[in-house]
Design a protein around this ligand. Structure first.
Ligand SMILES: C[S@@+](CC[C@H](N)C(=O)[O-])C[C@H]1O[C@@H](n2cnc3c(N)ncnc32)[C@H](O)[C@@H]1O
Length: 265
């Protein structure tokens, strides 16, 4: 294959092992071309000529790690993705459970934590509520996008109550919508690597959303991360996982309460 930058299978294996050490993400053999296309813009920007050269640069420049991670994470998300989880949150609140602190632990570009916040406002019937959402991700680019809260109109157009939650851009901003400040102030954004030993999040959380990120980790890493996440959740708190993340074999720690949703024992 004709490529702008020299790239070998051994480079791919180095990228894989570096990414696994830094983030826990396991890349399958089939991702060899994807990795090249994700790293090529960075290699070009740095004026380098080979992926191997880039890997040496990464070794000797600690601040390159952030760019390397940002380039290789997969950030697919959408507003109210897996809508049954938001219904579950609504029911959890309606049942009288305390819901004051929620952690959205792999929040990508923000659609998920804003969907959580919209659910809170719809359920409590006001923006003036006690509940706060901490949204975190390892990728600093997606966190910046999330924090700005600006989305293309087509992502927002199908949402119920969109006029309540978004301002339509005008002039240079036409084609985009921005989250209203009353919704934005319910969220805090923070960079958190789920692989880290200690999470900078206060314990006694009421709800954790950690969806569609565990799939990138091997089973041992998943178990370790799950235990660390659960140590931050209060007994009786709600843990919501992604559609293909099943934790039914952790029955001693949490009880299933719906599709890939659990209550901590
Ligand atoms: C596919 S997106 C899922 C987004 C959202 N939770 C959803 O379900 O729509 C996965 C996210 O996990 C993040 N991620 C990957 N590894 C991570 C890690 N070690 N710590 C924290 N976030 C991580 C990625 O940056 C990405 O934004």
């Amino acid at each position: 294959m004709d490529r702008e930058f020299a790239y070998t299978e051994s480079d791919f294996n180095k990228v894989r092992s570096e990414l696994r050490d830094l983030t826990g993400i396991n890349l399958a053999d089939s991702k060899i071309s994807l990795v090249y296309s994700r790293l090529a813009p960075r290699v070009r920007k740095l004026g380098l000529t080979e992926i191997r050269q880039y890997l040496r640069y990464l070794e000797t420049h600690a601040d390159e790690q952030e760019h390397f991670i940002n380039a290789l994470t997969t950030n697919l998300t959408s507003f109210f993705r897996e809508p049954h989880h938001f219904d579950l949150l609504k029911d959890f609140i309606a049942s009288g459970e305390r819901v004051e602190r929620i952690w959205c632990a792999a929040s990508s570009t923000g659609e998920e934590p804003y969907s959580i916040a919209m659910t809170l406002v719809n359920t409590f019937g006001s923006f003036d509520i006690k509940t706060r959402v901490v949204a975190s991700d390892i990728d600093s680019n997606v966190l910046n996008t999330a924090s700005l809260g600006v989305y293309p109109l087509q992502k927002v157009d199908t949402l119920e109550n969109k006029k309540h939650f978004f301002l339509r851009g005008k002039g240079n901003n036409s084609g985009y919508a921005k989250v209203v400040p009353q919704l934005r102030q319910l969220l805090d954004f923070q960079r958190v690597n789920l692989l880290d030993e200690n999470y900078p999040i206060k314990p006694d959380l009421d709800v954790i959303f950690c969806r569609n990120v565990m799939i990138y980790f091997d089973k041992d890493t998943q178990a370790k991360i799950l235990k660390k996440l659960l140590s931050k959740l209060r007994p009786g708190g709600l843990y919501i996982a992604g559609h293909s993340e099943n934790f039914n074999n952790f029955a001693e720690l949490m009880q299933p309460v719906g599709r890939t949703a659990y209550v901590k024992r």
